[in-house]
Structure formats: structure tokens, C-alpha cells
Design a protein around this ligand. Structure first.
Ligand SMILES: CC(C)(COP(=O)(O)OP(=O)(O)OC[C@H]1O[C@@H](n2cnc3c(N)ncnc32)[C@H](O)[C@@H]1OP(=O)(O)O)[C@@H](O)C(=O)NCCC(=O)NCCS
Length: 164
């Protein structure tokens, strides 16, 4: 299994992965909109003998700390036949490593704490932010010292407002 930065040839596969994993097209469309709007910060594809997983990170604006570089992890999907083999975890870990190298301070995710806590995401850090997704499923991870003191209102990329 290999992981690489998405290129244009991966776009149809990324769409198919999200549609199959979520059993609807809303998340696949979210990726397309984020891409069209230029809001994707990092997008990775996992390949086994065929495309198996995809993860997207998009810009997050922290209004009270504009010098802080934030992003949102969403969506993440692995083809049903490839789930439970460590591909989702590898995509998250490699994404976080690349973002830290690129100078990002904070990553937020809306998802199952039972899954995301293994990467270090906590609801406690996220609870200091004000987002449309506040609650126990919103978690955050600091990639730098600055990220640990993130607080205040945060805006997701506009494509999220269209997600149903
Ligand atoms: C969630 C998902 C991306 C995980 O990818 P994966 O490659 O199957 O995950 P991994 O093999 O890296 O990890 C498997 C572990 O995740 C756990 N896990 C998978 N989905 C989970 C969920 N929804 N809630 C909690 N834990 C979950 C498994 O129980 C397993 O736990 P273990 O390591 O303790 O045995 C994948 O199952 C998927 O695409 N699901 C449908 C889409 C989705 O819900 N995406 C998440 C959006 S936030």
C-alpha cells in the first residue's frame, strides 16, 4: 500500500471511494467543492492494487488568532473491502506528519472520538473553539506549541455549509 498526494488522475477514484464508503455522494461532492474553491490544504490517496482510501484537509480560519495555521480533516474514507487494514490510520498519520512539516499549528476533526483519539485528537482542545460543529464529536490536535492555545471562533471552508 502506498500513499501519495492526490493528482488530477486520482479525482475520479477519490469520488468513488467516498461514495462507496459513505453510501451517498455528499462527502464525494464536498471534496469536489473544496477542490474547486481552492480550499484544499492537503489531499492524499492510498493505493493498494487499486485506489483504496482518500483523506482531505481544508483551510480553517481562526479569527482570534489569524497567525495560527489551522485546517480541518474531512472527509476520510476507505473502500469497504479495504477497511480494517490500517489504511485509514496510515492516511491520518501521514497527513498529520506532512501538515506539521508544512508549519500547520492545529487540525480539527468532526468524528468518532473512539477512532480519532488514537491520533491524539481531543474534545478538550476543540471545546475552546467556536464552530458550527461544537459538541462531543468535535476534536482538535495541536501540531505546535502555538496550536495548544488556539481559541475562539473558527470558520470552515464554505463548501461545508453546503454539506447536508
Ligand atoms: C472510518 C474509516 C475511514 C476507518 O478506516 P480503516 O482503514 O477501516 O481504519 P483502520 O484500519 O486504520 O482502523 C481500524 C480501527 O478503526 C476502528 N473504527 C473504524 N470505524 C470506526 C468508527 N466509525 N468509530 C470508531 N472506531 C472505528 C475499528 O474498530 C478499528 O479499531 P481497532 O484498531 O481498535 O481494531 C473507514 O472505516 C471508513 O471509510 N468508514 C466509512 C466512512 C467514515 O465513516 N469515515 C469517517 C469520517 S469521520
Amino acid at each position: 500500500m502506498g500513499i501519495r498526494v492526490e493528482d488530477t488522475a486520482d479525482w475520479p477514484a477519490a469520488h468513488a471511494i467516498h461514495a462507496a464508503a459513505f453510501r451517498r455522494t455528499a462527502e464525494a461532492e464536498l471534496v469536489r467543492r473544496l477542490r474547486d474553491d481552492g480550499d484544499l490544504v492537503l489531499s492524499l490517496t492510498a493505493h493498494a492494487d487499486r485506489p483504496a482510501g482518500h483523506i482531505a484537509f481544508s483551510r480553517l480560519l481562526l479569527h482570534d488568532a489569524p497567525a495560527l495555521a489551522g485546517c480541518a480533516l474531512a472527509p476520510l474514507a476507505v473502500m469497504p473491502e479495504f477497511q480494517g487494514q490500517g489504511i485509514g490510520s496510515a492516511l491520518v498519520r501521514q497527513g498529520l506528519e506532512r501538515l506539521a512539516e508544512d508549519g500547520y499549528d492545529l487540525v480539527v476533526v468532526l468524528g468518532e472520538p473512539a477512532y480519532y483519539r488514537r491520533f491524539g485528537f481531543t474534545p478538550a482542545l476543540a471545546s475552546r473553539l467556536k464552530t458550527p460543529y461544537d459538541g462531543p464529536y468535535l476534536q482538535a490536535l495541536a501540531l505546535s506549541e502555538k496550536g495548544k492555545v488556539a481559541h475562539g471562533p473558527a470558520s470552515y471552508a464554505r463548501a461545508f455549509a453546503e454539506l447536508k
